[in-house]
Unconditional design. Sequence first.
Lengths: 147, 305
Amino acid sequence: MRSSVYLLISAITLLLVLPSSANAQCKNFAKTICRLELSPYIHDGNYNAAILTEGEEAELFKTFYAGQEYRISVCGSEMLTKIEFLVMDVDRKVLYTNAKDNYATSWDFKVENTQQLIILVKVPVVSSKNEELKSGCVAIMFGLKTD
Amino acid sequence: MFKGSKKILAISALASLTIFTISCKCSRETDEMLQVSGEQGAADSALVSSLESVNQIFYSLPSPLETAMILKRSGATYNEELLNPIENASKYSTTKSMALNLGIYSTDLSYASLFDQTQATIKYMTASKKMAEGLGILNAIDNSVIEKLEENINNRDVILETISETFLNTNSILEEDDRVAVGSIILVGGWVEGLYIATSLVDDINKADNEMVDRIVDQKLSLQTVLKLLEQNIGNADVKELYIDMVELQNAYNKVKITVSDVEIVSDAKSKVATLKSKNTITISPETFKKLKTKVLELRNKYTA
C-alpha cells in the first residue's frame, strides 16, 4: 500500500514538473536559438513562446509603428520541422505568408503608417497517421533596426 | 492481484490528473475567447469563430526599448527631469508598485541609453534591479549586467543588447513561474511612461512636431492591446485596478479619430525589406490633447507616488 502512495506521489510530481520543465526548455530555446536569428536587428525584449502540437495555431496581436523597421522571426524547436506564419491586417487580409517564401523563418518590413497587424502561426501536421503528433516550442520574436 | 491493483491505481491517478490538466487548459482558453467575443460584440463573430481554432493568443505591447526608439525617431529630445527619480525606488513595496515601476524605470533606462546617457542608463538599470529583486525575479538583472554596462560605456550596440537581454530574462522568468499577471503590469507601466514622456514633450499640438503628435495618437491602437492583455489576467486584483485606469485613459482617447486605408505591400528586391503602404488620417483637437495629457500625467503620478 505504501508503495502505491509513493507511486501516486511520483506520478503527481512528474505531472507538475513536466510543464515547468517544458517551459524552461522553451525559454532557453527562445534565448539561445531564436534570438540569434534576429541579428543584426535588436530583439525588443518581449517573450512570446509556447509549446504547440502539430495541427495547432497561435495568434499574436501587435501595433507596428511608422518609421521603425522590424524583423519578425518565427522559429520552432527541432521536433517541428516546418512552421507556417502569416501576417494579416485587422480585417484578416493576408499580407505575407512564408508558405510562398520557402518557409522562411524571418521577414523584414516597415510600415508607412502605424498599423495593427496579426501574426498567425500554424504548425502543420507532418506526422503520418500511425505516428504520435509531435510537440515543440514555437517562439515569435521581433527585432528592431537601430540607426 | 496486489501488483495489478497498484498498476490500476497508478494508471487511474495518471488518467485523472491528465484529464484534470487538459480540462483546466481548455476552460482557460474558452474564457479568453469569451472575453474577446464579449468586448467586440456580435459584429466580430467572424473574428471570434476564427479564434476558436487558435490554441494560444498573445497580445504584444511595445517593449520599453521599442517605446524609447519610437520616441527618438519622432524627434524627442532628452530631458532627465522627466524621468522617475531613482530615490523613489525605496518607496515601492507592493507587488503592483514594484511591477509598475520596473516598467517605468525600464523605459527610462531605454530612453537614456538611446541618447547615450550612459551614467543615467546605469543608474536606472540599478533601480530596475532593485524592483526586480523585490518582485523575486532574482536572476533577471544581476551585478554582471551593471558591470557589462560600465565596461561598454561607449558601445551603444552592446548596451542595447544588454538591455534587451534583461527584458527577455524578466519576461521569460515571469512566464516560467506562471506570473504573467505581474509581467503584464510591468509592460503597462513601461508603456504609460513612454506616453508620459511623449505628451510631456508637446505643449501645443499646433506648434509641435507632427510626428510626435502622430505617435501619441497612434497609442490609441496600442491601448486596445493593453486592454486585451489585461483582460487575460483580470482575475488578479492589481490587474483589475490597472484595467479600470486604462478604461479611463480610453475615454480620454475617445475623441481621437484614426482611419486606416487598405494596406498594400511593396517589396524591394535590393534591400529585401517590404513596405506596408497605407493612408492613415488622424484627428485630434487641442482640447482633446490637453485632456489626454492631463489624464496621462494623473496616471503616471499615481504610479510613481
